[in-house]
Design a protein around this ligand. Structure first.
Ligand code: PMV
Length: 316
């Protein structure tokens, strides 16, 4: 029996602008997907029945597994097994990463599955090869989408700067509270909407993208120097610019204002494509618990995360 786990991710700054070449900053988070492989001569079976989410109460947390979620996990695992012509296996998947929320759950499942198979079948893949295969497979399952950021962070962990290429960077971890709207989002639809706005209003949207890119670059040094107050300020500005691009929703905004109000967050913003999914908030020192309560009171599902955690690892 072999098992491997890989982390989810948050985009800290720069979403959408990065699609047009601006810089974005992302970090792996300490929510993980785990994949276990056991020999099962004559059969191949995928159990995606333990997708209960730690500290997270998506609608499916009632003892019942949401079948869409299980079906999604199964599609990614099947693609990995097919790619490596693996059979006679029992594969079990469990994940603490909410799906369709911009937290990199599918990338984590694919990376963990490849790493578990690598070990089980003695494939000899390097980390670089795991990352690149994972990106290829995620992209194929998602019909050409699939973010390089997600598979890179699931493989290597830590933080990264994204522009035309991805650069892993060494930064101190950040404690955040994630607030989830419980509404799944559609990355492709949101990206297309923003890019279409850019095509229609290039003189206006271009500078918005530039400002977002400048925020990401500035945020890197603020994170390094652990200047949380200024980082929070940049989160608020970045959120305002994402609103200007039209990816906010009433539910997301309610969570943002709850975080800044009763939650006394230093800053709060959408994370990922928007249109649903999640927001992140930076708590004051010792303020994470109160912030979590404020988000729950605003009808979100909230959990604390730390960025910069380990990438994929083989687990006993
Ligand atoms: O899928 P998400 O929610 O992590 O969003 C991806 C971030 C975008 O910048 C909107 C798209 C991209 O490919 O970078």
């Amino acid at each position: 029996m072999t098992a491997a786990s890989a982390p989810g991710k948050v985009i800290l700054f720069g979403e959408h602008a990065v699609v047009s070449g601006a810089v974005a900053l992302g970090g792996a988070i300490d929510l993980r997907a785990r994949v276990r492989m056991e020999d099962m001569p004559g059969r191949t079976q995928i159990d995606a029945c333990n997708l209960m989410l730690r500290g997270f109460s998506y609608d499916l947390v009632s003892g019942q597994v949401n079948s869409t979620e299980a079906a999604n996990a199964t599609r990614y695992i099947s693609a990995v097994l097919k790619e490596f012509q693996a059979r006679d296996l029992r594969v079990s998947v469990e994940s603490g990463i909410p799906v369709a929320s911009g937290l990199g759950s599918s990338a984590a499942i694919v990376v963990a599955a490849i790493a578990a198979l690598n070990c089980h079948m003695d494939l000899g893949l390097s980390r670089k090869e795991i990352a690149s295969k994972a990106h290829e497979i995620e992209k194929a399952v998602q019909h050409g989408l699939g973010s390089l950021t997600d598979t890179t962070l699931a493989t290597y962990g830590g933080h990264c700067l994204v522009s035309s290429e991805i650069q892993l960077i060494d930064l101190p971890g950040l404690d955040l509270v994630v607030g989830c709207t419980r509404r799944p989002h559609d990355t492709m639809a949101e990206v297309e909407r923003v890019q279409s706005l850019h095509r229609r209003q290039p003189e206006i949207v271009g500078p918005v993208f530039q400002a977002i890119g400048a925020i990401s670059s500035r945020a890197e040094s603020l994170m390094r120097e652990q200047r949380q107050g200024e980082l929070g300020e940049l989160m608020n500005i970045n959120h305002g610019l994402l609103e200007a691009l039209g990816v906010g929703t009433r539910e997301l905004c309610e969570l943002i204002y709850a975080a800044r109000g009763a939650g006394r967050a230093l800053g709060a913003k959408i994370t990922g494509a928007g249109g649903g999914g999640c927001m992140i908030a930076l708590p004051r020192p010792n303020g994470a618990a109160a912030l979590t309560v404020a988000l729950e009171q605003a009808r979100g599902t909230a959990f604390m995360v730390r960025t910069g955690c380990d990438g994929v690892r083989v687990e006993g």
